[in-house]
Structures are given as structure tokens and as C-alpha cells.
Ligand binder design. Sequence first.
Ligand code: F6R
Length: 607
Amino acid sequence: MCGITGAVGLKDISNQLFEGIRNLEYRGYDSCGVALMNGKRAIVVKKNVGYVDDVYKKENVLQHQGHTGIAHTRWATHGQVTKNNTHPFSSCDKKFAVVHNGIISNYQALRKQLKAEGHKFISDTDTEVVPHLLEKFYQETGSVEAAFVNTLRQLEGSYAIAFISIHQPDQIFCARRESPLLLGIDDEVKYVGSDFNAFIDHTKNAVIMDDDEYAIVSRDAYVVKSTVTQEVVAKPVTRIEWDSETTRKGGYPHYMLKEIYEQPQTINNALDVDEKKMDEFVDLLDKKATAQLVGVGTTFYVTMYANYIFSQISGKYIPAISSDEFVSLSPVDGDSFVLAISQSGETYDTISALKHAKAQGAATGAIVNVMGSTISRLVDKTILQGSGPEICVISTKAALAQMVILTHMALKLGLRRKRITQRQYKASLKSLHDLPEVINGILNERSGFIHRIAHQHRNVKNWLYLGRGIYYPIALESALKMKEVAYVHAEGMPCGFLKHGTLAMIDDDVYSIVFIPPKSDKAMYQATLASVAEIRARSGFVLGIHFDERGKDKELFSEELIIPQVPDIVAPFIHLVISQLLAYFTATSLKRNVDKPRSLAKSVTVG
Ligand code: F6R
């Protein structure tokens, strides 16, 4: 889970490289580095620990110019976060400089062999075997391309690799297997990147590389070949629809807030997805004997939400399985449909789950946000959710959009299975279409109150997020937001768990947030209030979020956030948006690094 970029032009490309690596920083940001072809005689490598801006300053990177270069922003997987472990890595003769994303699983054996042959290693990383292999095979073959192919054939595991070499100073060589890699095609300059953000400021034309392909990229040409056969592969040029302005902050202090405020628009986009595609998914969900939903982290909670909504609306039980547990847990065969949810489309665990499902003969589908991503191309059918780039590492707008698409799908399935009438279908769909307006209202009218609560309780050390039924996955996702952006301990839990042990924890140091359902579900409403009473009886603090405009007895809640009444089907969305804001404002009150919180990367491309 790192970011790679590269650029090759006639003139100096050091600025393009800088912008590219900065735009990719959300993929990993514990250290970064650059390799530039300095004239035709030497490669300058600059790297260090820290954010891109800091490393550029510390290492005076922009003092160096070059017409060919690669850069890397790292998220440590092998070895500590140290300067020595930072990419790029060089061969002993300094004639190759390499950056890599992924994990080379047989690196220890390769390293041992290369050391025995006299190669010197400076890092603990898996990547460092690559420049040494290139050097070795170049000495044997006298050809950079042959050295590259021989090297790739030695590697097991996953990789996106890019390198430059003194032997062919006007070219970038790159390859992929199970880690994303694209080429950016412009007249004057060609780019290499882990995703579009690496070059979106310069070109919207991209070539998406597939597994076991490598490319040789020059200023005015590129060729993509198969690593297996070395034959040229004809690749279409894809036009990227996102513009660079969309990827910027647009006046918000953080991408997280911008993306929370973009949700009314992303809901509209989610409701606009290709109806025919939706119907194909509904067909599979209906006809296959079993169906499973997979995702991990936030997208696992999205699948849990979907598990409830499919059961409730369509009567079909479609279990949610965390991608990382899928292989151990889920029996699938030719009569199964596995539906994956992923913002990035690059998450290792979800890719592994899908590969397993495919190997068992299951049909596969995915809802993803990133066009051309690995998952979108791995599955039989893809729905692009159209949420636009989600730059903040914390997922907000993408998850909400996925919930909308899955709710729409559940309605369609419910209609087909005659669990709901046309009238109910239309009314529910209208509620979804009205949701953007409701969320706009919450964002505009309630954020002041949420900000006040967040600031006032910023030093609370433990939060319990509680909900019943479909509000349980909302509680889990809400707690995750608090943990990952504010670094505050938060647990999501079904209310029913309280009296099975958790009540023992209630004291002055444990605060609770309870998601109260609309009153129309009388049994669940009353059961949820009973849980609030259990906490209050132990003098625990409760923030109640509810739809009862008359307000509640002061004794019942310590704080209450009252939301205008909405149709039941959209109530969970409102709770989630409030929780996103609560997590955001707590994080800003605690001066956290909101868009790049610690220990979290946007695309977790390793297992
Ligand atoms: C949480 C978060 C992660 C991701 C998870 C899956 O805010 O961002 O938990 O949801 O890594 O990522 P995708 O959806 O890209 O597969």
C-alpha cells in the first residue's frame, strides 16, 4: 500500500514528479523518495522519513532536475520506517533505481542467493532484491528489457514496479502483478502511476495495465508486453472522467469534511447507476442458491447493513463476511454469487476473497468507486458507484453511496420476489431520492450542535455506540470513524449486548451514544429506550440521537440530538452522517491529522 509515480519527458519533469507523489500521499505516507536521471551519467536518489513536503524540504529535492524520474511514497510493510528502508533502491553499481508496491513473498530466498553472489543490501525490505536482480541479469544479457523480464520471472507475490536505468536513460520500465499500475499518456510527457491522481493534473488519458504485463515508456511512445510471452499487448486508452479540481479541497479545511458535504451529490450519483447493471445483479441475487456480501473495514460494515436491508425488504438472507475471513468461513460453489464492496477496488483481502470465490466457480460482482481498479476487472460484473475521488483516508461518501445502491438493489429484489408492492417500491425509492435534501438540512442546521458536543466531550476516553437491528452496523461504522480519525476508544455494539456483560463497564469514564429508531417501529423503539434506561440507571452518560421532535424527558438522555422525522428506510443514513461529523469535529478539537490519520492507508493492498 504505497504510491508510485514516474514521468519521462524532453525537459525537466521534477515538478510533475513532486505533484504526482503528493497527490498519491494518501496511499501511504511514512516516508518517500525520488530517483532522477541526472543528465545521462548518474541517477540522483533522494529519500527520507516523513511526509512528502517535509522530505522534499529536508533533502532539497527540487534543487535536482531530470527528464526521467520515479518517486514513491511508502507505507511500511517489511522493515521499520527508516531512511534505509525508504524507496527508491539502487543496485550495487547504482545503475538501476527501483520503486515497488506490494509484497515479494520469496524475497528472503532471493536475497540469500544474491548476497552469496556478492550483492550488498542496505535495507530490510523485500523490494531491494529487485535492483540487484536487474543488475545481475543485465550483466548476463546486456539488455535492460531482458534483465527486467528475467527479474520478473524470479518474483513471487504481488508487485507494481517501476525503475530507471543509466543504460536506457530516456525510459521508464514498469510492470504489475496484483498491485495497481497505470500509464498516463500526454503528448510531451508520459507518466506512470499507482492511480490517476499521479498524473490527473496533466493528462486524462490512461492505459490500465493488467497482471503480468510490463511496459517500456518513453517521452513519445510506450509499449506494453506480456511478461509470460513477451508479445506486445494492444491496450486501449481510457479517458478519465474526474477533473483535477474535483480532487482538490474546494475551500474545506479537510478532505474529510468536503467529502461529508459531498454526500447529497454522491447519493444522487448512486441513484443514477446503470439500471440494467442493477437488474443483472438482482437476477444473480435472486437465482443463485446462495449469495454472500464481502468487504473489509468500513465496507464490511456496509455489507452488514446490506445483510439487514436485504433480509428486511427482500426476504433473502445474504450474509456479510469480512473479506479477510471469507476463505475460512464461506462455502461457495457454482451456484453462489459473491458480491464485493470496495471503494478503491484494490483491497488485498477483498481481492483474495473474490479470487477464492472464482476458483470455486462462483459468480462474482462488485460495487466499486475506482474505474479500472483491480476488483472492477476481476469480477464478472461491476457497478461503478460514481462517487468521485475520495481523497481522505477515512471513508465517508463512498460508504454512504454504497449503502444507497444496496438499498436500491434490495428494493428491486423485494419487488421481484413479491415481498413489497409497486407502491411500496416507489415510495421507498422516492425517500431515497429525497435523502440528499434531508442530509443537506442536517449538514447545514445540525453541524453547529454536533461541533459543540464534540468539542465539549473531546477528552472522553471511551465511547460505546449502541443500536438495535439495522442500527447495529451503523453503530459499528460510527465507532470505527471515531477510532480511526480521533484515536479515541469507541466500541460499536448491539443494545442487546448491554445486559450480557457490558453494563459492568458503565461508569463516569464510559460515555454512550444510542441510535434511536423512528417511533414507527414501536417494539424496536421501546427496546432501544429500555437500553438507554439501563445505562442511565447506572448514572452513565447517554447522547441520544432520535426523531422525536417533542424532545425527551431530561432524565432519559444526558444530551439529545433531535432530527426531523424521516421515512424509516433513510433513518440509518442520517445517524451515520451525524456520526461522521461527530468523529470529524472530535478529531479537529484534538488536533488530529484528519486526512491522513496515523496507522491507516487508503488502499490496503497487502494482506
Ligand atoms: C475506513 C476505511 C477502511 C476501508 C477498507 C476497505 O474509513 O477507509 O476501513 O473501508 O480498507 O477499503 P476499500 O473500500 O477500498 O476496499
